[in-house]
Design a protein around this ligand. Structure first.
Ligand code: UT7
Length: 374
């Protein structure tokens, strides 16, 4: 087994910006309250026609291009999301079709805002286990959310917090040391009711009553989640570092789940990390749940905050309750120039091919179904 490395990264956020001032015209809140209590200034909101799958696909294309990997090389696609396009099928299967990833297995993973860390851990183990016989096992791990469709825009205690977007990484085992060093995952279902969507699932299916009582929207006991988070984040980071034989002094950059600036600062203090070792882009995107860590990781790379051989720790917490962390040594060369026109054109061809492939497969299925006599 050889460890999995992050060899590509990409993000997509919707164009539409919703500022705190915009929100103060919708609910009884203010820019001052939101900034001082959370650190958020604005967030992105999906346009009509955009969804978790479409944003996940765009982030995945960018990650594949950064890695120089073709869709046909992908063995596994995991979409971490709490806001899938449908209950059935998995959003990851929609992404698999949109990428034309003909050799990939695909599934969704639901672990709230910790979803990306969970997915990274699962994918890293699968990639490392499948590596061998001259074949590079490859996984695309995506965190994607369209929370704007699940928040109650009349509830000021939740709607100011969340945003939409997607981030993706390509994981590959290439025989070299470094990469994902350790993973720690935790869960405590006794806290499930601190952050949940009451209806729309099998326990309480959609009905006129559930819709009129607004039970399909996110409900949260914010203060309790806050207290849980300030304990869980440093604890998960400590555990994953210990497993890797490292200490907080070895960390070059902590990429935490972007939920609340006060939570990030408390985690930084508990780990004795100076602010320059904590990545934050919360101000621009709010809390994008499972998408927040991969978007942050991607921006940290783009801003030159990560160098080769750095120790990077991703740490998250969220609904479930869940929490977890991944420690990795960034062992791949970082890009020195933007993608070339040829590089971009190559992936445009792949995108075209993926659309045609999907159409042909639907057509063949339709023809076969007509030829079968019952
Ligand atoms: O990814 C995991 C997801 N969740 C989280 O990470 C959330 C963790 N929790 C938090 O980030 C914070 O608890 C919040 C930002 C949600 C709330 O901050 P807080 O400092 O814990 O405020 P609070 O809930 O204790 O509310 C304080 C006051 C209340 O008024 P009263 O009862 O003191 O009169 C709220 O009604 O602030 C009021 N309030 C607001 N005021 C203006 C709550 N939301 C708003 C708002 N604008 N948007």
């Amino acid at each position: 087994m050889s460890p999995a490395h992050v060899v590509g990264w990409g993000k997509y956020v919707p164009e539409r910006v919703l500022s705190n001032d915009d929100l103060s015209e919708m609910v009884d809140t203010s820019d001052e309250w939101i900034r001082t209590r959370t650190g958020i200034a604005e967030r992105r909101v999906a346009e009509d026609g955009e969804s978790t799958a479409s944003m996940a696909t765009r982030a995945a294309w960018r990650a594949l291009r950064a890695a120089g990997v073709t869709p046909a090389q992908v063995d596994l696609i995991i979409v971490a999301t709490a806001t899938p396009d449908h209950a059935i099928p998995a959003t990851a299967c929609i992404v698999q079709d949109a990428l034309g990833a003909s050799n990939a297995a695909a599934f969704d993973l639901s672990a709230g805002c910790t979803g990306f860390v969970y997915a990274l851990g699962v994918a890293a183990d699968m990639v490392a286990a499948r590596d061998g016989a001259g074949k590079k096992a490859t996984a695309v791990v995506i965190g994607a959310e369209t929370l704007s469709r699940f928040v109650d825009w009349t509830d000021r205690s939740t709607c100011v917090l969340f945003g939409d977007g997607a981030g993706a990484v390509v994981l590959q085992a290439n025989g070299s040391p470094g990469g994902v060093l350790s993973t720690f995952l935790g869960a405590d279902g006794s806290g499930g009711d601190l952050l949940y969507v009451p209806a729309g699932g099998s326990e309480e299916p959609a009905s006129h009553r559930t819709v009129s009582q607004r039970l399909h929207y996110v409900r949260m006991r914010g203060r309790e989640v806050f207290r849980f988070a300030v304990r869980a984040m440093p604890d998960a980071a400590q555990q994953v570092l210990e497993q890797a034989g490292l200490t907080p002094d070895d960390v070059d950059l902590l990429v935490p789940h972007q939920a609340n600036q006060r939570i990030l600062e408390a985690a930084g203090r508990a780990l004795n990390l100076p602010p320059e070792k904590m990545y934050s882009n919360l101000e621009r995107y709010g809390n994008t749940s499972a998408a927040s860590i991969p978007i942050a990781l991607c921006e940290a790379v783009e801003e030159g905050r990560i160098s080769r051989d750095d120790v990077v720790v991703c740490v998250g917490f969220g609904a479930g309750l869940t929490w977890g962390a991944t420690a990795l040594r960034w062992s791949v060369p970082l890009p020195t120039a933007p993608p070339t026109a040829w590089g971009k054109a190559r992936y445009r061809v792949w995108r075209g091919y993926a659309s045609v492939r999907s159409l042909i497969r639907r057509l063949v299925r339709w023809l076969l179904s007509r030829s079968v006599k019952e």
